[in-house]
Design a protein. Sequence first.
Length: 188
Amino acid sequence: MNEQRHAGRRLLHRELRASRTAPAVVVAVVLLAAVVGATALCLWTAGDTRAGAAAGDTVAFVRSAWEEPAVRATVALAAAVVGLILLALAVLPGHRARHGRTAGRVELVVDDGLLADAAAHAVAERCALAPSQVSVTVTARRARVRIQPISGVPVDERAAAGAAERALERLGFPLQPVVIVSSKGVLA
């Protein structure tokens, strides 16, 4: 039984996290292209004297440009940005737009869009609004409810938050709703 529970947790973890395969493949392809390009250039310049002279001129130009502090600073900044992006991709958790939970012997994975639609429908019904006037965005811990009220008709924020919270709890995902009522209403 414990092994089954562990396998379920592993499956749930895999379904809720994004794979790191795409960034790793991109980095590997870029490095492979650089190595193949450098090898081809070396072989080409070794066999052709004119190509060797052109490559020597290019190297001389790059060396003279490298002596400029602005060029070095630009290259260092670009390398730092690329390095930080790659580090962030490697270290930060990649969350998919899903929520999951264990229900007995079943692992349940629900798309955030489904949770958002359920909360938006409940809020629209509770506040007597058209579905197009309520939008919900679900994050890891919160459901952000945006309401565009009918002009001149107040909206009870507590009732809207309560409706969203009850709808999410019925689905088994108790998220904290945050209600934002737009200052600009729509005409009825």
